[in-house]
Write a protein that binds this ligand. Structure first.
Ligand code: CUA
Length: 353
């Protein structure tokens, strides 16, 4: 009786775990290597399926033999003592050699895949520098007008379709890891050790990327988006990033917003190219073309007026421990910003297309 109730409890635990994993995995539309949009993720999906199928065959085979033996040879009230056996060379050889062969096949496929994905032979290449911050991603592109200068953006990486994007990975703080599941594998971003990786998209679209190495309190809120687009769109985007920030019309709310930006110390952390006296802040994202971005706050909020207002007011509530202070008058926040100033500041930032 005790065996049966314990057995039932375990069956219950397994069933609840199974149902929960199925339900919870559908909680958000997290990006998956099972929906690849480029050759690396496509190859990874093939490997994942291969490992899954081999594992499934082994699982079903072993479990079937086990269940058969458990039921067929179970003890009955009138059972005689079982026949005593000692060793079986044939069976021991089979269950040693078979898994060894399977594991070596998987090893060979894994290693050959690693080499195949390590060296892109594609002559069409662009270079992007990705910098991991706590907790957001900065992306830098060579300025086409002045290759010694880098264009700096955040939360959003643009790459041209069917082109190898060679990514140089930098961190000046802790170890992060860059992963765009639908485009490529994970690579660690290590301070003092400049790793590289490559991505390639064969389908236009927006693909979520994330940090996959624990890097502090807001590790889970360190996302970005990769915009894969035709080469002409990509080149137009790079050209637009090379422009200085738009100058607001005198007397407009945007012009007043620029004054709010200057008088609240924002420039200590944020750069806006072309704004006098505000060209040194490097702690926070470069805001020169902020209004054109899809995401803000380290990739965790859509870029719209409400989210930006909330972010400026309550950054420490939305994402505790980030370098961005709150402006809501809460303990430790910067000066309480007025509603009119906030509206003008948001209007200005959103005008920076
Ligand atoms: Cu950066 Cu986790």
């Amino acid at each position: 009786m005790r065996f049966r109730s314990g057995f039932r409890r375990w069956i219950g635990v397994v069933l609840v775990g199974f149902v929960a994993s199925v339900l919870l995995s559908a909680c958000n539309n997290a990006p998956s290597i099972m929906e690849p949009a480029g050759p690396i993720a496509d190859t990874e999906r093939g490997m994942a399926w291969l490992v899954f199928i081999i594992s499934a065959i082994v699982f079903v085979g072993v479990t079937s033999v086990l269940m058969y033996s458990v039921f067929k040879f179970r003890a009955r009230p009138d059972s005689p003592a079982p026949r005593q056996v000692h060793g079986n060379t044939t069976i021991e050889l089979v269950w040693t050699i078979t898994p060894t062969v399977i594991l070596f096949i998987l090893l060979a496929i894994t290693v050959s895949t690693m080499f195949a994905l390590g060296q892109p032979s594609d002559p069409n290449t662009i270079t992007v520098r990705a910098v991991g911050h706590q907790w957001w991603w900065e992306f830098q592109y060579p300025n086409p007008n002045n290759p010694s200068q880098m264009l700096v953006t955040a939360d959003e990486m643009h790459i041209p379709l069917n082109t190898v994007a060679h990514i140089e990975l930098f961190s000046d703080n802790v170890i992060h890891s860059l992963w765009v599941p639908q485009l490529g594998g994970k690579t660690d971003v290590i301070p003092g050790h400049n790793n590289t990786m490559w991505l390639k998209a064969t389908q236009a679209g927006k693909y979520r990327g994330e940090c996959t190495e624990f890097c502090g309190a807001q590790h889970a809120h360190m996302d970005f988006v990769v915009v894969a687009q035709p080469m002409s769109d990509y080149q137009a985007w790079v050209a637009s990033q090379a422009n200085l920030a738009a100058t607001p019309a005198a007397g407009s709310p945007e012009a007043q917003g620029l004054q709010v930006f200057k008088s609240n110390g924002c420039a200590a952390c944020h750069t806006i190219n072309g704004v006098q006296g505000a060209t040194v802040g490097k702690i926070g994202p470069n805001l020169t073309h902020f209004g054109s971005r899809l995401l803000i706050a380290g990739g965790v909020l859509d870029n719209n007026t409400d989210n930006l207002s909330n972010w400026i007011l309550h950054a420490q509530t939305i994402k505790p421990a980030v370098d961005m202070p709150s402006f809501d008058g809460s303990p430790g926040s910067q000066a309480n910003i007025s509603q009119a100033d906030l509206n003008n500041l948001v209007a200005y930032l959103q005008s920076l297309k």
